[in-house]
Unconditional design. Structure first.
Ligand code: SF4
Ligand code: SF4
Lengths: 419, 359
């Protein structure tokens, strides 16, 4: 059976060593899978990959294909060396949206594996960098069948191209004491309000939602999401002084001062003579350190909500950008609250769709037009939490100052009356 | 001829995760009291109300999973665990069980099947990676192979709790960097302008959008050999490869001149300091399959120096901020060059305008 296998001397080296080997896995499909189609396609894939290792070049090119009714969600891959390795000439990837929080039970994963084995190469990844399940390796005869089959039992494609992309959320409330929001509800409320924009790419470029349940930001939302939703709280953090004192007794005052008290970003902690924790709550910036070190004793407060930042992205085109605070705090408890965050997302996507240049991420547009124009475009008032510090150059026209100041005082009055 | 009857898609979007969640996690959603780290790769979370506890066992995989491997993992989940799993952002698999007796047999089953348990707390987590030669259309290197080769070497760091704080590694096989920010990032760096096949550009590329894609406006439309094509001002070109995806005849990848660069200090967390971007520390690292030993050696050197010199809880960016960059280069033995000095927009913020100097 092995006689017509492509030789893979360089890839074979990656079967050595203790970490699990993807090469061993692919070879296992080639050598031991009952379906000859899968044996062949994985053989071709290994042949082409070996060729890449030898020549240090990639040999896949893109194209456009999609399932019936959608404009995106599939990454087409046609081989440039298909004459040499005809078995894997077409090797398209289907991007499938994972459940919010990336939870699976074994029965569902087995069902997905069975469907994929029937139509595709038998290779998949949980998950790609955007957050999709990547079903790697189907051809033009099979991808529609595979999609139809899994779509029937609840799975939908993610985004590819200039569109709203698959969202991500942390494990959060399901298993983390730091959580301040229902990450998965936020994830689904947001991305599932834009299914049309996910499946039919018509935006300037990609748009990503990511949700982290606390400022530890396990989903890298600030650095990677056009709209980052991060759980936080606005009352005092909860301190269990008994657990805290037990921690001090175990570790000693010196350790606690060196590793917790003096490491608070804003210097808002001190250690009482009786070993109690004294917190200057007006200066807590929710920087998580004390909770991360002593999770038994310190927790987020009770008045929970989210902070929303916008405009994060990686290098292309103008360099990496972090998100900027747009909403310092928003409650997310009832339907109206969720309606409000969806409306905000709609405002932003509409404004960006109107004003963004081709291939310009939301953050790049903000950089080009300035934060103030963006805020005015989406109808959000300026807030000092949006800045690190005020401008330091006088080159700005300020003849609208009096009205702006008046608006500030009006808003403050309204806030006071509302509270 | 009648068109074939096509099935309309059901646009359900992201499925609800609660249906696949361990019942104890569903019961205690949003009401966890605290967690403890039991041993490397194992945590226990304790519910605030009632007596539920959930143990998490985290294991590394090859990420490009074949159906056999996926089923093996599911067999372990069913036989030794409770049948519920989750994947982390770095593609590690987590198994959940609700009783302590199940933990050690589950760990043993994973280890026996070749899935190393670890990656929690102050360890080196598995490298988040991209697609590479296996199935990307623009890669300068492989991704899964780089990760396999490095994790073979970094396994003790994955299993141990020896680092000052957690370390996130990432790789990217082009300069778009879909691998993201990391405490240490191993990324492709091209060092020569694209080689243009002028016979193809006119047909294959939408020229104005390619021109617009270039970050330094180095591309202009031109007629070459009587055909519409594109020209690159090679003095301006920063060799980023941004023109290659929209215009494949502008080949940026090269056997020799596509290299690797190493960046450190990307930290997504708001814990202690604000999130930070990674910084260039080394370049000119050969793209050397199948095991990329030069890149791995630099990563290990940085990890070892960090381990020895950082204080507890300092992430790599915080550690370098405390000891200063001159000391970083001294300790690691890496050369400091003119290429480390930023000249991109906002570069002034990366220069020292003070007398704060360590002697
Ligand atoms: S982001 Fe916060 S809430 Fe979410 S998993 Fe991480 S630490 Fe927990
Ligand atoms: S490689 Fe980058 S800088 Fe050079 S021409 Fe292409 S897009 Fe412009």
């Amino acid at each position: 059976m092995a006689s017509n296998n492509y030789p893979t001397p360089m890839l074979d080296v990656l079967e050595d060593g203790p970490w699990p080997s993807f090469i061993t896995g692919i070879k296992n499909l080639r050598d031991n899978h009952p379906d000859e189609r899968i044996q062949n396609v994985t053989n071709g894939l290994l042949g082409q990959l070996e060729h890449s290792y030898e020549t240090k070049m990639g040999y896949w090119k893109g194209g456009t294909i999609s399932v019936f009714g959608y404009g995106g969600g599939i990454i087409p891959r046609f081989s440039e060396v298909g004459d040499k390795f005809p078995e894997s000439r077409e090797f398209h990837t289907l991007r499938v949206q994972p459940p919010a929080g990336n939870f699976y039970d074994s029965a569902m994963l087995r069902q997905l594996a069975d469907s994929w084995e029937k139509w595709g190469s038998g290779l998949q990844t949980f998950h790609g960098q955007t957050g999709n399940i990547m079903f790697i390796g189907s051809d033009s005869k099979s991808f529609q069948h595979f999609f139809d089959e899994i779509n029937d039992y609840g799975w939908d494609l993610g985004g590819a191209g200039p569109c709203v992309r698959t969202a991500m959320s942390c494990i959060g409330g399901a298993r983390c004491e730091m959580s301040n929001c229902n990450e998965q509800a936020i994830h689904r409320h947001l991305v599932n309000s834009f299914t049309d924009d996910v499946h039919r790419p018509a935006l300037p470029y990609k748009f990503k939602f990511k949700v982290s349940g606390c400022p530890n930001d396990c989903q890298n939302a600030i650095e990677r999401a056009d709209m980052a939703v991060i759980g936080t709280w606005r009352d005092h953090k909860a301190i269990n002084q008994d657990e805290w004192k037990a921690f001090v007794a175990e570790k000693g005052r010196d350790y606690v001062i060196d590793n917790v008290i003096t490491r608070c970003t804003s210097g808002s902690l001190s250690l009482g003579d009786d070993d109690s924790l004294i917190a200057d709550e007006t200066n807590c910036v929710r920087s998580m350190h004390c909770m991360n070190v002593v999770p038994k004793a310190i927790h987020p407060g009770e008045d929970k909500g989210v902070t929303i930042l916008m405009g994060g992205k990686r290098t292309l085109k103008i360099g990496d950008l972090m998100g900027i605070v747009i909403v310092p705090f928003m409650k997310l408890e009832n339907d109206d609250d969720y309606e409000q965050i969806i409306e905000l997302a709609e405002e932003v996507i509409d404004f960006w769709a109107e004003n963004g240049l081709e291939h310009e991420r939301c953050g790049e547009m903000i950089e080009r037009i300035g934060l103030v124009n963006f805020l005015e475009g989406i109808g959000v008032d300026p807030d000092p939490n949006m800045i690190h510090q005020p401008r330091n150059v006088s080159y700005v026209r300020m003849d609208g100052w009096d009205e702006a100041a008046e608006e500030w005082f009006d808003r403050k009055r309204e806030e006071k009356m509302a509270s | 001829m009648a068109a074939p009857q096509m099935r309309e898609p059901i646009e359900t979007g992201a499925p609800d995760g609660f249906q696949y969640m361990h019942p104890a996690m569903r019961r205690n959603f949003g009401t966890w009291a605290y967690h403890e780290d039991v041993q490397p790769g194992v945590m226990v979370h304790v519910a605030k109300y009632g007596s539920d506890k959930v143990w998490t066992i985290k294991a590394g995989t090859q990420r490009i999973l074949d159906v056999f491997t996926l089923r093996k993992l599911m067999d372990i989940a069913d036989e030794k665990g409770d049948g519920f799993i989750q994947f982390t952002i770095r593609s590690n698999i987590q198994f959940f069980v609700d009783s302590e007796e199940k933990v050690l047999p589950l760990v043993a089953a994973l280890e026996d099947a070749g899935f190393p348990v670890g990656g929690t707390r102050n360890s080196v987590a598995s490298i988040s990676h991209t697609q590479g030669w296996l199935h990307c259309d623009i890669p300068g290197t492989d991704a899964s192979g780089v990760v396999k080769a490095m994790m073979d070497e970094l396994l003790p760091y994955w299993r141990g709790w020896d680092m000052p704080n957690r370390v996130h590694l990432t790789t990217s096989c082009c300069q778009i960097n879909c691998g993201g920010q990391g405490d240490i990032a191993i990324n492709v760096q091209h060092t020569k302008p694209p080689k243009i096949d002028h016979s193809l550009v006119g047909n294959v590329c939408e020229r104005p959008s390619v021109v617009a894609r270039c970050p330094v406006a180095a591309i202009r439309p031109a007629m070459v050999d009587g055909k519409p094509s594109l020209e690159v001002d090679e003095k301006k070109c920063i060799c980023c490869g941004a023109c290659y995806p929209p215009c494949p005849p502008m080949q940026i990848n090269d056997y020799e001149y596509t290299q690797l660069a190493i960046w450190i200090g990307g930290n997504h967390s708001n814990a202690r300091g604000k999130p930070t971007f990674q910084r260039l520390v080394a370049a000119g690292v050969p793209n050397n399959p199948p095991r990329w030993p030069e890149a791995t050696a630099i990563v290990k050197k940085i990890l070892d120096v960090y381990k020895d010199s950082a204080r507890d809880w300092e992430r790599i960016n915080e550690w370098v901020e405390r000891i200063g960059w001159p000391r970083f280069f001294e300790l690691t033995g890496l050369p400091f060059t003119k290429y480390h000095i930023d000249n991109w927009r906002g570069a002034r913020a990366n220069l020292n305008s003070s007398t704060h100097i360590r002697f």
